[in-house]
Design a binder for this molecule. Sequence first.
Ligand code: ATP
Ligand code: MG
Length: 143
Amino acid sequence: MIQLFHVSKSYDGAVTALKDITLKVAKAEFLFITGPSGAGKSTLLNIMFGSEAPTEGHIIIDGMNYYKIPPREIPLLRRKIGFVFQDFKLLPNKTVFENVALSLKVMGTNPREIKNRVLRTLSYVKLQHRANFKPLALSGGEQ
Ligand SMILES: Nc1ncnc2c1ncn2[C@@H]1O[C@H](COP(=O)(O)OP(=O)(O)OP(=O)(O)O)[C@@H](O)[C@H]1O
Ligand SMILES: [Mg+2]
Protein backbone atom coordinates (compact mmCIF):
# COMPACT_ATOMS: atom_id res chain seq x y z
CA MET A 1 0.00 0.00 0.00
CA ILE A 2 1.12 3.54 -0.76
CA GLN A 3 -0.01 6.32 1.57
CA LEU A 4 0.67 10.02 1.39
CA PHE A 5 -0.26 12.35 4.24
CA HIS A 6 -0.46 16.07 3.60
CA VAL A 7 2.46 16.07 1.17
CA SER A 8 3.59 19.42 -0.20
CA LYS A 9 6.60 20.30 -2.30
CA SER A 10 7.96 23.68 -3.18
CA TYR A 11 11.13 24.50 -5.05
CA ASP A 12 13.36 27.26 -3.70
CA GLY A 13 10.41 28.44 -1.63
CA ALA A 14 8.96 29.90 -4.84
CA VAL A 15 7.28 27.30 -7.10
CA THR A 16 4.65 25.18 -5.34
CA ALA A 17 4.60 21.89 -7.26
CA LEU A 18 2.38 19.95 -4.81
CA LYS A 19 0.04 21.26 -2.16
CA ASP A 20 -1.39 19.12 0.62
CA ILE A 21 -1.75 15.77 -1.16
CA THR A 22 -3.32 12.97 0.88
CA LEU A 23 -3.99 9.69 -0.91
CA LYS A 24 -4.03 5.97 -0.41
CA VAL A 25 -3.34 3.36 -3.09
CA ALA A 26 -4.23 -0.18 -2.10
CA LYS A 27 -2.33 -3.27 -3.21
CA ALA A 28 -3.25 -4.19 -6.82
CA GLU A 29 -5.20 -0.97 -7.25
CA PHE A 30 -4.66 0.69 -10.62
CA LEU A 31 -4.51 4.46 -10.46
CA PHE A 32 -4.07 7.08 -13.15
CA ILE A 33 -2.81 10.53 -12.25
CA THR A 34 -3.55 13.06 -14.96
CA GLY A 35 -3.05 16.78 -15.26
CA PRO A 36 -1.66 19.46 -17.55
CA SER A 37 2.05 19.95 -18.11
CA GLY A 38 3.62 21.36 -14.94
CA ALA A 39 0.77 20.12 -12.71
CA GLY A 40 3.17 18.12 -10.50
CA LYS A 41 2.78 14.51 -11.72
CA SER A 42 6.51 13.81 -12.01
CA THR A 43 7.18 15.55 -8.71
CA LEU A 44 4.62 13.29 -7.02
CA LEU A 45 6.21 10.15 -8.49
CA ASN A 46 9.74 11.34 -7.65
CA ILE A 47 8.66 11.78 -4.05
CA MET A 48 7.14 8.28 -3.96
CA PHE A 49 10.37 6.94 -5.43
CA GLY A 50 12.46 8.72 -2.80
CA SER A 51 14.49 10.70 -5.32
CA GLU A 52 13.04 13.98 -4.01
CA ALA A 53 12.06 14.84 -0.47
CA PRO A 54 8.73 16.49 0.28
CA THR A 55 8.81 19.95 1.86
CA GLU A 56 6.04 18.82 4.18
CA GLY A 57 4.15 15.61 4.89
CA HIS A 58 4.80 11.88 5.15
CA ILE A 59 4.97 8.95 2.76
CA ILE A 60 4.50 5.33 3.77
CA ILE A 61 5.18 2.66 1.16
CA ASP A 62 4.78 -1.02 1.94
CA GLY A 63 4.76 -0.22 5.65
CA MET A 64 7.95 1.83 5.54
CA ASN A 65 7.90 5.47 6.52
CA TYR A 66 10.33 7.43 4.36
CA TYR A 67 11.15 9.74 7.23
CA LYS A 68 12.11 6.92 9.51
CA ILE A 69 14.22 4.74 7.28
CA PRO A 70 17.90 5.64 7.09
CA PRO A 71 19.01 7.04 3.70
CA ARG A 72 21.22 4.00 3.09
CA GLU A 73 18.10 1.78 3.05
CA ILE A 74 16.33 3.82 0.36
CA PRO A 75 17.97 1.84 -2.48
CA LEU A 76 16.49 -1.36 -0.99
CA LEU A 77 13.06 0.22 -0.92
CA ARG A 78 13.49 1.34 -4.53
CA ARG A 79 14.06 -2.23 -5.65
CA LYS A 80 10.40 -2.83 -4.90
CA ILE A 81 9.28 0.02 -7.13
CA GLY A 82 9.05 -0.22 -10.92
CA PHE A 83 9.39 3.20 -12.49
CA VAL A 84 9.34 4.28 -16.13
CA PHE A 85 11.02 7.67 -16.33
CA GLN A 86 9.73 10.45 -18.56
CA ASP A 87 13.23 10.87 -20.01
CA PHE A 88 13.69 7.07 -20.42
CA LYS A 89 17.05 6.81 -18.57
CA LEU A 90 18.19 4.12 -21.02
CA LEU A 91 21.84 3.11 -20.71
CA PRO A 92 23.42 4.02 -24.08
CA ASN A 93 26.22 1.44 -23.93
CA LYS A 94 23.91 -1.46 -23.21
CA THR A 95 21.65 -3.19 -25.71
CA VAL A 96 17.87 -3.02 -25.61
CA PHE A 97 17.86 -6.53 -24.11
CA GLU A 98 20.35 -5.51 -21.40
CA ASN A 99 18.43 -2.35 -20.57
CA VAL A 100 15.20 -4.28 -20.09
CA ALA A 101 17.02 -7.00 -18.15
CA LEU A 102 18.79 -4.66 -15.75
CA SER A 103 16.22 -4.42 -12.97
CA LEU A 104 15.68 -8.20 -12.92
CA LYS A 105 19.44 -8.67 -12.73
CA VAL A 106 19.71 -6.24 -9.81
CA MET A 107 16.95 -8.18 -8.03
CA GLY A 108 18.95 -11.40 -8.42
CA THR A 109 16.59 -13.18 -10.84
CA ASN A 110 18.17 -16.24 -12.43
CA PRO A 111 19.53 -15.73 -15.97
CA ARG A 112 17.17 -18.18 -17.66
CA GLU A 113 14.12 -16.47 -16.20
CA ILE A 114 15.56 -13.05 -17.13
CA LYS A 115 15.93 -14.20 -20.73
CA ASN A 116 12.37 -15.55 -20.88
CA ARG A 117 10.80 -12.51 -19.33
CA VAL A 118 12.78 -9.97 -21.34
CA LEU A 119 12.05 -11.67 -24.66
CA ARG A 120 8.39 -12.06 -23.77
CA THR A 121 8.17 -8.38 -22.82
CA LEU A 122 9.97 -7.22 -25.95
CA SER A 123 7.70 -9.27 -28.18
CA TYR A 124 4.65 -7.97 -26.30
CA VAL A 125 5.60 -4.45 -27.45
CA LYS A 126 6.78 -5.77 -30.86
CA LEU A 127 10.44 -4.91 -30.26
CA GLN A 128 11.97 -8.39 -30.25
CA HIS A 129 13.81 -7.60 -33.50
CA ARG A 130 15.54 -4.70 -31.73
CA ALA A 131 16.86 -6.72 -28.78
CA ASN A 132 20.50 -6.42 -29.81
CA PHE A 133 20.40 -2.79 -30.84
CA LYS A 134 21.67 0.08 -28.69
CA PRO A 135 18.96 2.54 -27.55
CA LEU A 136 20.25 5.39 -29.70
CA ALA A 137 19.50 3.33 -32.83
CA LEU A 138 15.80 3.28 -31.89
CA SER A 139 13.10 5.80 -32.74
CA GLY A 140 11.67 7.99 -29.96
CA GLY A 141 8.59 5.80 -29.64
CA GLU A 142 10.65 2.61 -29.64
CA GLN A 143 12.83 4.02 -26.87
N1 ATP B 1 13.90 20.91 -9.97
C1 ATP B 1 12.95 21.86 -10.06
N2 ATP B 1 13.21 23.13 -9.70
C2 ATP B 1 12.26 24.09 -9.76
N3 ATP B 1 11.01 23.88 -10.19
C3 ATP B 1 10.70 22.63 -10.58
C4 ATP B 1 11.63 21.56 -10.54
N4 ATP B 1 11.03 20.42 -10.98
C5 ATP B 1 9.77 20.78 -11.28
N5 ATP B 1 9.56 22.09 -11.04
C6 ATP B 1 8.30 22.82 -11.23
O1 ATP B 1 7.29 22.13 -10.49
C7 ATP B 1 6.08 22.08 -11.23
C8 ATP B 1 5.66 20.63 -11.43
O2 ATP B 1 6.58 19.98 -12.30
P1 ATP B 1 6.43 18.46 -12.72
O3 ATP B 1 7.68 18.09 -13.44
O4 ATP B 1 6.07 17.66 -11.52
O5 ATP B 1 5.17 18.53 -13.72
P2 ATP B 1 4.46 17.38 -14.57
O6 ATP B 1 3.03 17.34 -14.14
O7 ATP B 1 5.24 16.13 -14.49
O8 ATP B 1 4.53 17.99 -16.04
P3 ATP B 1 4.71 17.24 -17.48
O9 ATP B 1 3.36 16.72 -17.85
O10 ATP B 1 5.16 18.34 -18.37
O11 ATP B 1 5.75 16.18 -17.34
C9 ATP B 1 6.33 22.84 -12.53
O12 ATP B 1 5.86 24.17 -12.35
C10 ATP B 1 7.84 22.82 -12.68
O13 ATP B 1 8.30 23.95 -13.37
MG1 MG C 1 6.31 14.96 -15.87
